[in-house]
Design a protein around this ligand. Structure first.
Ligand code: ACO
Length: 317
């Protein structure tokens, strides 16, 4: 019997403060109309001083553990995807491990920008499939509000803060859990979306939006095809698409490619903006808890981020 990794717990955390497009329009030269038309974003949550990558990760992890009905002591590995850690090291993941009171296991961070959650999920799955870990926490946590230039209207309107977590557990049941993952990167495009500076300087995000958009459409299309082909499926076999939430136009493009109506796509970008590695687990948590995604559903995840990195994962809940 081969081992598979099944998603059994979901949790998320959003900062208390909500900043609307109208709020931003009071500070920089932009408008609700421009932001909504180009991106689908209406508002974003922004972390207060007491809300950090670690604290948001811990809150989302606690919710996911409670959902799964397991104790933190049972977790063998914590993998945190983040591009905005509070410190260079220790890793966000070991801070989370300590906060959760875990006496054993191992924990580390992983950076793949907006693809971070898909990368972390694939990494945790490999530990579970190999039998090295039985239960894992996979978390995406981001405070992009601390790395965007709030004077740069071409980037600051796009991002938000938050965290999401899932619990993975080993299962021997055929056809359940993560069916396949597909990861890619191409470092030759590293300069179209990056955060500058050494760790000690004030880092700032830079993006050539049009170029990123062009790559996103092409690369996400191909990585979604790869996931379908690997499992002998068609787009319409998917019950739910849970995409990285960068831009509603990209999300709609992917739904069209898969011939999926928008009511089978989980969309949070309107309320959360782009929360990078946290966006997929935030969306998953929302759709599982409100009953849209049900046990047994076939779910496709896809993301593209700085690097460039991109990936997909197909799973049956
Ligand atoms: N408000 C008003 N006007 C603006 C704003 C703003 N916030 N931002 C830019 N503009 C202006 C520009 O200055 C430009 O004006 P000009 O024509 O006078 O020069 C005009 O609007 C058009 O700008 P573009 O950049 O060409 O607009 P575009 O239609 O490409 O939309 C956007 C920009 C939304 C960033 C889009 O390119 C996009 O979504 N790109 C993909 C981003 C993405 O997917 N990122 C995912 C990865 S993120 C990660 O990994 C961290």
């Amino acid at each position: 019997m081969s081992l598979r990794a099944r998603l059994t717990g979901f949790g998320s955390y959003l900062p208390k403060q909500v900043v609307t497009n109208a709020d931003l329009a009071e500070r920089i030269e932009t408008s609700d109309e421009w932001i909504r038309t180009r991106t689908g974003i209406a508002q974003r949550h922004i972390a207060g001083e007491d809300e950090t990558a670690v604290s948001m990760a811990v809150n989302s992890a606690r919710a996911a553990l409670a959902y799964a009905g397991i104790d933190a002591q049972e977790i063998g590995a914590v993998i945190v995807a983040t591009a905005t850690p509070d410190q260079c090291f220790p890793a966000t993941a070991v801070r989370v491990q300590a906060e959760l009171g875990m006496a054993a296991g191992f924990a580390f961070d992983l950076t793949a920008a907006c693809s971070g959650f898909v990368y972390a999920l694939a990494t945790a799955e490999a530990f579970i499939r190999s039998g090295q870990v039985k239960k894992a926490l996979v978390i995406g946590t981001e405070v992009y509000s601390r790395i965007v230039d709030w004077e740069d209207r071409t980037t600051c309107v796009l991002f938000g803060d938050g965290a999401g977590a899932v619990v993975l557990e080993a299962t021997e049941e055929e056809g359940l859990g993560i069916l396949s993952t597909h990861l890619h990167s191409d470092g030759s495009h590293g300069d179209i979306l990056y955060v500058d500076g050494p760790a000690t300087a004030k880092p700032v995000l830079h993006m050539q939006g049009r170029e990123v958009f062009r790559h996103a459409v092409a690369k996400l299309s191909s990585v979604v095809d790869e996931a379908l082909a690997a499992n002998g499926l068609q787009g319409q076999d998917i019950a739910w698409l849970v995409p990285h939430q960068a831009n509603l136009r990209i999300i709609e493009g992917m739904a069209k490619k898969l011939a999926l109506p928008l009511d089978r796509v989980v969309v949070t970008v309107d309320r959360h903006a782009n929360t990078s590695a946290a966006s997929i687990p935030l969306a998953l948590d929302e759709a599982v808890r409100d009953g849209r995604i049900k046990p047994g559903d076939l779910v496709l995840l896809e993301a593209l981020g700085g690097g460039l990195t991109w990936g997909s994962a197909l799973l049956r809940l």
